[in-house]
Ligand binder design. Structure first.
Ligand code: HPA
Length: 234
């Protein structure tokens, strides 16, 4: 086991879905995976492995924010041999065209975090999705007629931000949505030579004030998870 994940070697698949909420991890495992086994309960950050259409898949909660996600993703990549990691999350739209229930497929992630400023000694690294995964997801979303947007996402360190006016500049520059994890996920995948993608259902829109009722969130999340499973098992 690693420090934060209680799995024995071999108990985690090389392909891992990453919801922020550990209860979403449990929901994905019990809804979609056959023979799902919970491999970790440390800090209640649940992780499961099962099979989807015969392929071994794991699903691991990451918690909220880049520091928390980085702990789990680092250990998955460095200690458990994960090679394909896909965030299945939610985000807030920053453009009025990005409506609730739509999916934002993050091609790249900018951030106000100092993690990469420190890592690259001031150089601006551009955290980027794996192109084959991104294309695979987008082709399936197009075929299924699921509204989606492909572009840049903003991974903020502060949900409650003292300078919300900065968001207006990101809107002006066409950044699609705000969330709190993608830039770190793409950076760690690059570090370990792995493939990463981040797909996020729009739960609210910061420009229009639109918000998705809790009971409607599960359906759009389910559509997104189904497309993700189809993409990673193809
Ligand atoms: N900020 C950060 N993350 C989010 C938001 C937000 O407004 N909405 C959904 N995820």
């Amino acid at each position: 086991m690693s420090i934060h994940i209680g799995a024995a070697p071999g108990e985690i698949s090389d392909t891992v879905l990453l919801p922020g909420d550990p209860l979403r991890a449990e929901w994905i495992a019990t809804t979609y995976l056959d023979d799902a086994v919970c491999y970790s309960k440390i800090r209640n950050m649940l992780g499961f492995t099962g099979t989807y259409q015969g392929r071994r898949i794991s699903v691991q909660g990451t918690g909220m924010g880049q520091p928390s996600l980085s702990i789990y993703v680092h250990e998955l990549l460095a200690e458990y041999g994960a090679r394909t990691v896909v965030r299945v999350g939610s985000c807030g739209g920053l453009l009025d065209t990005v409506a609730v229930r739509d999916v934002v497929v993050a091609m790249s992630g900018c951030t106000d975090s100092s993690l990469n400023q420190l890592r690259f000694e001031g150089l601006d690294f551009a955290p980027t999705a794996d192109f084959a995964l991104l294309r695979g997801y987008v082709e399936r979303a197009e075929a299924a007629g699921i509204p989606h947007h492909v572009g840049q996402i903003f991974s903020t360190d502060a949900f409650y931000n003292d300078r919300p006016e900065l968001r207006d500049r990101l809107t002006q520059y066409g950044v699609l949505a705000i969330e709190m994890e993608t830039a770190a996920l793409y950076t760690l995948a690059a570090k370990f030579g792995a493939r990463a993608l981040s797909v996020n259902t729009v739960s609210d829109n910061l420009v229009t004030g639109e918000s998705l009722p809790a009971e409607d969130r599960e359906r759009s999340f389910a559509d997104m998870v189904e497309l993700t499973l189809a993409t990673v098992t193809s």
